[in-house]
Design a protein. Structure first.
Length: 528
C-alpha cells in the first residue's frame, strides 16, 4: 500500500534514484521496518517532450503493447549501456595516456595538473554526450509534417498522445472495446478486442495500480507520400493486478514495476490538424460534432471514417519496450541558464508577469489539488490541471476508489515556493517550482482504518511544473483563481478535457493562464 507520495517516488532523478531506508524493486523504494513513514500524495506524469505511467506483466493476460506481456524492468537500453561502456573505456585510455606522457616527458606537478584538467573536461564532455544521447532530439520528419500542416505542433501532439494512452488504458481495464474504438485503427482494435473477449470469458479484468507516465518522448517519425507516422515512447510505472467480476484479486505483482511502451500514431499524407477538436475532446475531427461512431468507425453525423487515419491521428500499434529512464528535461527546448534570466524573458513577452502573483497561483493550485485528491473528486481543482495531468490523476483515483482506498493529508502547510527552472518553447512556457510543505500523510480502507502511513506531520518537497501558451499575457481579469471562466466569465464548469461547458473555450490548455502539467517527487530529510 502506498499513499500519494509513493506514487511519485519513481518520477525523480531520471532513472528513479531514491533515498531512504529500503530496497529498490522495479524502481521504487519498498520500506523495510518503517511502517510509520509517510510516502504519498497525488500523482502526475512527466513529459520529456515539453509537457506530462510499459507493458503489462504476463499475469495480465493481454497482448499488444501495454496489454501484452511487459517491457521488462531494465533501466537502460542496450544502446545506453554501450554508450556508458564507451565512456568508461575512453576515460581509462585518457588516464593511461596522462600517466605515460608524464613518465616520458618528466612533467612537473603544474603541467601534469593542467593536462589532467584538460583531460577531465574531455571526459566530462564525453559523459555529457552519452547522457544527452539518452534524450533523443526531434526527428527531421517533424519539420516536414509541420511544413505540410502549419497547425501541427509537437508539444500539443504529445499532450494528446498521453491523453490517448489513458483513455485506451481505461477502456482496456474495463474490458470495453467501444471505449477504445475512437483512438485505434481497425487492425489494432481487432487485436485488443480478442484479448478483451479472452478476459471476459475468464471473468476477469486488469487493474493498473499507481499508474504513472514517467516520460513521453517522440523517438521516430516519417512523412512521405504513403502517410505520416509518429512513434511515441512511454516510460511507465505501475503495479498490475487481475481481478474477477466481484473485484477480488486473482493475481498481483506485489509492487510497482518499471516498463515502457512504444505507440505508433499514423494519419494520411494529406490529413491536417483539425480546428474543431479531435477524438480526445469527444468531437469528430472531420465535422466537429459530438463524437458518435458506428462500429466501423464512421461518424454518425458526417459519415467520415474517423479511425482509418484519413482525417486525424490514430494509434496503429502498441508494443512493449525497455524502460529508458528519460529525464524530465524538455525534448523541444532548453531551460534558461538561470531562473533570473528566465523571468526576464517572461517579462519581456509579458510585462505584467509577477513572480509574487505566480506564487499565489501556485499555492492556490497546490492546496486545491491536494484537497481534491483526498476527496477523490477533481472538480474543485480541475481548472488548475492540464488535460494530460487530469487524465493521469483521474486514472489513479479511479483505481483507489475501486479498491476502497483513500489518501488523507492532515495539517497541510505550505512552507516555501521557489522557482527552479524556466523553459521557453515554441508553444508553451514551462515554469517549475519547488514546493516545500508538511503534513500527516496516510491511507485508509473502506472502514476508515489506517492501512499505511500515520498521523505524524512530516516535511516533504515536490517539483510542480506549470505551463502556459507562448504569447499569453497576464490580463488582470477574473479567471480560474476566482472560479470564473477566463473566456466568458461564467462560473467554472469544465468537460473532461478542460473546456468550458458554456463557451467551449479550452480553459486548461494554457491558452489563458498557468496550469499544472507535471509533478515530480523529491525526498525529504526525514527519510534519509
Amino acid at each position: 500500500r502506498r499513499t500519494r507520495r509513493a506514487l511519485l517516488l519513481e518520477l525523480r532523478r531520471g532513472a528513479g534514484v531514491s533515498g531512504g531506508t529500503g530496497t529498490r524493486r522495479g524502481g521504487v523504494v519498498v520500506l523495510l521496518g518503517a511502517p510509520g513513514a509517510a510516502w504519498g500524495r497525488a500523482g502526475g506524469g512527466s513529459h520529456g517532450g515539453g509537457h506530462s505511467s510499459g507493458g503489462h506483466s504476463s499475469s495480465s493476460g493481454h497482448s499488444g503493447g501495454h496489454y501484452g506481456g511487459g517491457g521488462g524492468d531494465g533501466d537502460l537500453s542496450f544502446g545506453s549501456f554501450l554508450l556508458l561502456l564507451i565512456v568508461v573505456l575512453v576515460a581509462w585510455m585518457v588516464l593511461r595516456r596522462i600517466q605515460r606522457t608524464r613518465e616520458a616527458q618528466g612533467l612537473g606537478p603544474r603541467a601534469t595538473a593542467a593536462l589532467g584538467a584538460a583531460t577531465g573536461a574531455a571526459v566530462l564532455g564525453a559523459i555529457a554526450a552519452a547522457a544527452s544521447a539518452r534524450r533523443p532530439g526531434v526527428p527531421p520528419a517533424v519539420a516536414t509534417i509541420r511544413a505540410q500542416d502549419p497547425g501541427f505542433e509537437l508539444e500539443t501532439f504529445l499532450q494528446r498522445a498521453e491523453m490517448s494512452f489513458f483513455l485506451v488504458t481505461r477502456g482496456l481495464e474495463r474490458n470495453d472495446p467501444a471505449a477504445i474504438r475512437p483512438y485505434v485503427n481497425d487492425a489494432l482494435l481487432a487485436q485488443l478486442t480478442r484479448r478483451i473477449e479472452q478476459n471476459r470469458s475468464q471473468h476477469r479484468h486488469v487493474l493498473l495500480e499507481s499508474l504513472n507516465v514517467r516520460a513521453v518522448h517522440l523517438v521516430d517519425a516519417a512523412c512521405d507520400a504513403q502517410g505520416q507516422r509518429l512513434e511515441v515512447h512511454f516510460d511507465l510505472v505501475y503495479r498490475a493486478k487481475a481481478l474477477d467480476d466481484a473485484n477480488r484479486v486473482v493475481t498481483d505483482e506485489g509492487d510497482d514495476r518499471r516498463r515502457a511502451e512504444r505507440w505508433t500514431f499514423v494519419r494520411a499524407a494529406d490529413a491536417r490538424t483539425p480546428t474543431t477538436g479531435d477524438v480526445t475532446a469527444s468531437r469528430c475531427p472531420a465535422c466537429g460534432a459530438e463524437l458518435k461512431l458506428s462500429l466501423d468507425g464512421l461518424c454518425t453525423h458526417c459519415r467520415a471514417s474517423v479511425t482509418n487515419g484519413s482525417v486525424d491521428w490514430v494509434v496503429s500499434d502498441i508494443r512493449p519496450a525497455p524502460f529508458i529512464g528519460f529525464t524530465s528535461d524538455s525534448q523541444l527546448a532548453p531551460a534558461a541558464p538561470t531562473v533570473a534570466e528566465g523571468v526576464t524573458a517572461l517579462r519581456a513577452a509579458d510585462p505584467a508577469f509577477s513572480p509574487d502573483a505566480f506564487k499565489t497561483r501556485v499555492r492556490s493550485a497546490f492546496l486545491a489539488l491536494q484537497q481534491a485528491w483526498c476527496q477523490q473528486n477533481l472538480d474543485a481543482g480541475r481548472a488548475f490541471l492540464s488535460p494530460g495531468a487530469y487524465f493521469a490523476w483521474r486514472a489513479q483515483l479511479e483505481v483507489m476508489a475501486a479498491e476502497g482506498r483513500r489518501n488523507v493529508m492532515e495539517q497541510l502547510e505550505v512552507q516555501r515556493i521557489e522557482p527552479v527552472r524556466i523553459v521557453h518553447g515554441r508553444v508553451y512556457d514551462d515554469l517549475t517550482v519547488r514546493i516545500t510543505a508538511a503534513c500527516a500523510d496516510y491511507e485508509t480502507d473502506g472502514d476508515g482504518r489506517v492501512v499505511f502511513g500515520d498521523r505524524t506531520v512530516r516535511p516533504f518537497s515536490e517539483l510542480w511544473t506549470f505551463q502556459r501558451s507562448v504569447g499569453v499575457t497576464t490580463s488582470g481579469k477574473p479567471g480560474t483563481l476566482e472560479n470564473t471562466c477566463p473566456s466568458c466569465g461564467a462560473p467554472v464548469a469544465l468537460t473532461q478535457i478542460g473546456e468550458c461547458r458554456y463557451c467551449k473555450a479550452a480553459v486548461t490548455s494554457g491558452k489563458f493562464d498557468w496550469v499544472v502539467s507535471r509533478i515530480e517527487q523529491e525526498d525529504d530529510s526525514s527519510d534519509d
